[in-house]
Design a protein around this ligand. Structure first.
Ligand SMILES: O=C(O)CCC(=O)C(=O)O
Ligand SMILES: [Fe+2]
Length: 279
């Protein structure tokens, strides 16, 4: 049962969603820009292997990690001017051969992505369907590590992702993991929506994946005159050592995202540059 309006509704059965409509999903996406899925076909062993890889990778010395071009150092990224107290490793599709531990998870995610894009398109009546904008070549896996920082309550400030979709995976710790999502409509009391929004905890259950709508979607909605599709405003709070895996599903690089001629690649690179802390 959904606990009032104070929690993201229970995870949708992905296999069932692929067979047909899921009552209530459209309302959930419109309210949160996010939903959870279970029975998704991503194996626990592939996921566990990646979390083990992540712990080993981030457990190395700073000098070793800095040798890795895909490594983004602690506080190396920001939201507006706030540095994020995390370190990350970004694995692009063309670098997968360097990371054998990651290949299986990537393959499994690749297999479910077209079905997920189709299901979202059907639920929101988007035409052309989202999978026609996606080849998978520019999708990326991000491994995040938020080391314990006693004084940091807000671990990642409120932001939206620049992707089409973000799939978030966690270890099953059995406790709240800090991901929070803004509920719509935002109360606009003079402040920016990010400050006035009401955030609810997500608390993904065992082996659930949280799906967030990213900023490529509202751009496509405008271009194709779809009904208002908003991206998910989210943040991370809490204490303790924390690991997460994000799969960024992006529209193919050459796709036009707006009447101004911006391509998906330019959109992505613009936001990547904006979020980097310059040394
Ligand atoms: O670590 C998380 O739970 C969220 C990560 C996130 O927001 C991102 O990768 O954009
Ligand atoms: Fe995010």
């Amino acid at each position: 049962m959904q606990r009032g309006s104070h929690a993201l509704p229970p995870a949708v059965d992905f296999a069932r969603l692929c067979q047909g409509d899921e009552p209530g999903l459209k309302a959930t996406i419109q309210k949160y820009g996010a939903f959870k899925i279970k029975n998704h076909g991503i194996s626990l062993s592939a996921k566990d292997r990646c979390f083990a890889f992540s712990r080993d990778f981030f457990g190395q010395s700073c000098a070793s990690k800095r040798m890795e071009p895909a490594f983004s150092r602690f506080e190396g990224e920001k939201v507006k001017e706030t540095r994020i107290p995390k370190e990350s490793l970004y694995v692009s599709k063309n670098k997968l051969y360097d990371y054998p531990a990651v290949q299986r998870l990537s393959k499994e995610l690749e297999r479910i992505t077209p079905e997920l894009l189709q299901a979202i398109s059907r639920t929101l009546t988007l035409s052309p369907s989202l999978e026609s904008f996606h080849s998978g070549a520019s999708d990326q896996l991000a491994f995040h590590h938020y080391p314990e920082v006693p004084e940091a309550l807000e671990r990642s400030p409120a932001h939206r992702d620049w992707s089409l979709l973000t799939l978030l995976m966690y270890e099953d710790t059995g406790r709240s993991n800090g991901l929070e999502i803004a509920e719509r409509p935002y109360l606009r009391q003079g402040g920016a929506p990010a400050n006035s929004a009401k955030f609810i905890p997500v608390n993904p259950g065992r082996d659930e994946i949280t799906v967030l709508l990213g900023n490529m979607l509202p751009r496509l909605a405008k271009l194709h005159q779809w009904e208002d599709v908003r991206s998910c405003l989210h943040r991370v709070s809490g204490f303790g050592d924390r690991y997460s895996i994000a799969c960024f599903i992006n529209a193919e690089d050459d796709l036009l995202l707006g009447g101004d001629g911006t391509t998906a690649r330019e959109h992505r690179e613009h936001w990547e540059t904006r979020s980097k802390v310059q040394d």
